[in-house]
Design a protein around this ligand. Structure first.
Ligand SMILES: [Zn+2]
Ligand SMILES: [Zn+2]
Length: 294
């Protein structure tokens, strides 16, 4: 794997989804490390978007819940808008939050989004009937892919609808990563009606689909796919476009330094081959995009 490096290319690409140690319990990179690698990669900008998963486990202290006021206080003034970036400036830096939606917390998460000055939030579904796909595989992967992925996309659609203020819909294919079977890639034909409904909701809310290279990595490394096969199903992307989706964001979702830029180059080249050339980010909730063709 070669990291995407856009230095001297003139192309502007913003990584919209990353985690920091001290803010996400599963992350091991500091802000300084993330900034340094983003500079080295010639990125136009990068964002932090730590986990905010409410009501995850019934423990008194939930490490998956960000202390939002101190998060904002720590990082708000360090923001640099990519669109205002001059020659020789460091990459832009945006403040985001990954809102972990469940059927019980939509109202609370919406309030967080409305109350704090994030550049944008990302809506994500990490749990299935309250179960973590990594820890409780038997509670999730007892059904066939059609059933499981239909329920998963229906949940994501509900999350996108309830958090219509969130601008990015994270990793639609998250549940395909942890299936015990090989060849668990999520396909359009597993849940065609659900995908259609999701993409219509996203069009109405002006939400952008994220291509999360963490899934590409999981498919390639653990699920027996070649790099080309590990890429998102072209039928899904075709349908996204037919239903009004123009922009994408490609995200490393890096939790550790070495994950920065993983398979981003391959993913962008693949998406280019399907006709997607415009990649988006948000500054103070406003859509920005740039053409990246590799
Ligand atoms: Zn996530
Ligand atoms: Zn994430």
């Amino acid at each position: 794997m070669e990291r995407l490096n856009l230095r001297d290319s003139g192309m502007k690409f913003v990584e919209t989804h990353n985690h920091l140690t001290g803010w996400s319990p599963d992350a091991k990179q500091t802000f300084e490390e993330l900034e340094a690698i983003s500079t080295e990669r010639g990125l136009h900008g990068f964002a932090i978007s730590d986990h905010h998963d409410l009501d995850v486990f019934a423990t008194e202290e939930n490490p998956w819940e960000v202390d939002v006021p101190s998060y904002v206080e720590t990082f708000y003034n360090r923001r640099r808008m990519p669109s205002k970036r001059g020659a020789g400036d460091k990459p832009g830096f945006l403040l985001s939050l990954e809102l972990g939606w469940t059927p019980h917390n939509g109202v609370q998460l919406r309030e967080i989004d409305e109350q704090y000055p994030f550049d944008y939030t990302i809506v994500a579904v990490h749990f299935y009937d309250g179960y973590d796909p990594f820890l409780h595989r038997d509670k999730i992967y007892f059904q066939n892919f059609e059933e499981l992925y239909t329920s998963a996309i229906n949940m994501i659609e509900q999350s996108a609808r309830e958090l219509s203020c969130s601008r990015i819909v994270a990793h639609y294919d998250f549940f395909s990563r942890y299936a015990p079977e090989d060849k668990s890639k999520m396909l359009y034909r597993h849940a065609p009606d659900s995908f259609d409904t999701l993409f219509r909701t996203m069009r109405d809310n002006e939400q952008i689909l994220e291509i999360n290279t963490g899934t590409i990595s999981a498919m390639f490394r653990h699920k027996g796919y070649t790099m080309k096969e590990a890429m998102p199903d072209p039928q899904i992307l075709k349908r996204y476009r037919e239903l009004g989706g123009r922009f994408l964001t490609v995200a490393s979702d890096a939790h550790r330094v070495e994950q920065n830029g993983r398979f981003v180059k391959e993913a962008i080249a693949y998406l280019n081959s399907l006709g997607f050339e415009e990649f988006a980010w948000f500054e103070e909730r406003e859509l920005h995009y740039s053409r990246v063709v590799l």
